[in-house]
Structures are given as C-alpha cells and as structure tokens.
Design a protein around this ligand. Sequence first.
Ligand code: PHE
Length: 446
Amino acid sequence: MNGQKVGFSNKLGFILAAAGSAVGLGNIWRFPYLAAQYGGGIFLLVYLILAVTFGFALMITEVAIGRKTGMSAIKAFSVLNKKFSFIGVLAAMVPIIIFPYYCVIGGWVIKYGTVFITGQGAAAASDGYFGEFISTTISPLLFTAIFIFLTSVVVLLGVQKGIEKISKILMPILLLLTIIIAVYGLTLDGAIDGLIYYVKPNFSAFSLKTLVAAMGQLFYSMSLAMGIMITYGSYMQRKDNLESSVRSIEVFDTVIAFLAGLMIIPAVFAFSGGDESKLDQGPGLMFVTLPKVFNSMAGGNIIGVIFFVLVFFAALTSSISLMETIVSIIMDKFKIKRSIVCLIVMLLSMLIAIPSSLGNGVWSNILILGKDFLSFFDFLSNNIMMPIVAFLTCIFVGFIIKTKTIEDEVELSGKFKAKKMYRIMIRYICPVFLLIIFISSVVGYV
Ligand code: PHE
C-alpha cells in the first residue's frame, strides 16, 4: 500500500525527522519548570518510567498504523475499519488547532533571536518588554507570518528534500548548542545548588499530581495523538526496524528535555540566588526570566543568540511536522498537488493565527472559558482533544482491530521485543492513564 509515496530515505532520516517533531518548545521551557516544580529527581524518574512504557506503546501504535496503511490519519483509520474513521477525523483536527498558535510562539522566538543578534539583549531584559511586544498589533503578526512562511518552504520541498534534509542538519546542531549552554551554565557561581535541586529526588514532593503532570508532558512532548506519528510512519520503509526507531526517538526527546533543564535551572538559580519561584513562570520563563539571566552573565548576549537559535530550530522542526500532517491529510483525501495544498494551508494559517496573536493585545477582552484565544486553543487541543484521541486509539487497537495487527507490522522489520508489555499497555494501562489525565485536566487538578 505504501508503494507510491516518496518516503524517508533511511532509518536515520525517519528518526531525526520524528525527533524533530518531538523536540520542541515543550522540551525547552515546559519540561524544566515542571521537573523543578514536581520534586526534581523524582519527576525525572517517573517521567523516564512512563516514557519507556506508556509513551513507547502509544508511539509504536501510531507509527505502525501509518506504515501499515501508507496513509495519514483520516485515511489510515478508515482503511483499518471504515466505521472508525471518525478517530482519524478527530486526530486531524488537533494539528489544525495547534499549528496557527504554535507559529505565533515561533514568531516570538524569531523576534527574540533578532533582538539578541542585533546586540539588544539588555533591552529584552528590561521589565515589561515581553508584555509590551506581544500586545502590539503588527510586529508579532509579521513575525508569525515569517515563521509560517519558513515552515511552508520546507514542507513544500517535500519529505526527502525538505523535512528529512533539514532535520538531518538542524537536530545535531540543536543537540550541540544545548550541550554548550548547559556546560556554560553549570560553571556560573551558585549553579551547583540549582543542579542539585534539579536532579536530587525529593520523595516528599511525590503525589498523584507528579504522575499526572509527567503523563501530560510526555504525551505532548512526544507529539502523540494528533496524527503526526501516523503521517511520519507512512513515510517509513518496511525494512527499517520500527521498535528500535521508536526507542531512539524517545531517547533523543528525553535527552534534550533533560539537557534543557541543565541549561535553564542552574542558570536561573545562579541568577536569582536560589529563589525557586523564578522557575515557575510558564512561558514567561523563556521570554522574561531568561533574558534577565543572560543579561547578568559575562558574554550573555552571545549565549542569548545561541539559545534563541536553538529554540528556533526546535520550534521549526515541530511546526514542520504539524504542517506536514495537515498537508498530507488534504493530499491523501482530495488528491491535490503538494504545492497547491501548501499555499492554501500557509495562507489560511496566517489568517487563523491572527486571533491568537491579537488576543494578547487589542483583543485581550475577548475570552473563551475565561481564556484568551491562544490559551484556549492550547487547552482545547492538549487537555481535551489529545487525551480523547489517544484513548479512542487504544480502545480501537486493543479491542477492535486487536493488537496483533500492530504487532505484525512491527515484526515485519525484526522481533518485537516488548510485545507482551505492549499488549497490556494498550489494552488496559494506557486507557486508564488517559482517563486520569483527561479527568484531572478537565477538573483543573493540574
Ligand atoms: N512535541 C512538541 C514539544 O515538545 C510539541 C508539539 C506537539 C509540537 C505537536 C508540534 C506538534 O514541544
């Protein structure tokens, strides 16, 4: 079924492209502050255990569905069982919701990159700079449009010449830059206390919240439940080992998340004299606190440039995967040429991104469920739709088409070592975990 598509040229191409999707803003700003907030080492431990069980089972399922059917989400589910194509439709809605607002944040990253490159790091460190920037009308929209345009160029170039090529260049550089900043950060006075705070397990901080927060993060971080891994799986070759590829993606994603913590937590500690509250600021951590931290260090402007360049790479490869998923779904469904679909998706996304950007400024008085547009789209996709899609996928695979369908696909390229664990995870443990995540986030527990 896979024959007619141009896919990734080899296993490394697939791994780096999928890792490019997984490694994104979630790894860089969200993982470090969650780890700091939920007990340091204990959070890391819980996260690791969940990654190799829960995350692994979900990711292998999606990649195998993609590779088996050779199709993106909507078609893939309908090929497996016509009655359940609605799961594919729900999955397809997630990247459509996320892509525009993700690009708004991508635009902020480009803005900060240009500020540091032009040597104005000190201005970015001044109080109120971020709030003022995102509340203006034209400038953030312009940066969003640039970010969408750059993403579109890569997607237009296609799977091998665009996505695979750029991932092979950007991902190793991203890893290297992250290591450079982490090492530099650790040499600052007071950084070691931050390191200890980050990695030492604080068992008393462990609670159900730790578990729920780690699950939610894992899920988002591995780009699950939105058709991305199905699409990328459809471009994977049958001879490439599916199980070991999924393991490699998880390792890459987790290593970058861990290094991001090393890069941020000790530096913030050194800057704030050990004030933990500075870490707990969500997006503000990256755009408000870090510029202040950089401004206080020797050579901070250069570090700022390196930092925002690496965040840009991380965000770009993730947004590429979002756009590719949307484009491939439309191409599969309507049989339209890639170039035309790219153009349409690019223009529409620029339009749909407008409310998410203006919601921080002139439209800040328009609230949905008490949230501005960007936060609302984020909540809708991450807290509501994604757990539902993942839950339905587990039930579909576990009880309708049966896990054997997936196992056979995995075994086309070698022995499925974790088969027993996989079965239990998909049929029983994952659905229960997903229900817990869903209920907790709906009642506002985490
Ligand atoms: N996995 C990305 C991250 O960790 C988030 C993301 C999800 C990006 C979906 C793109 C698509 O930041």
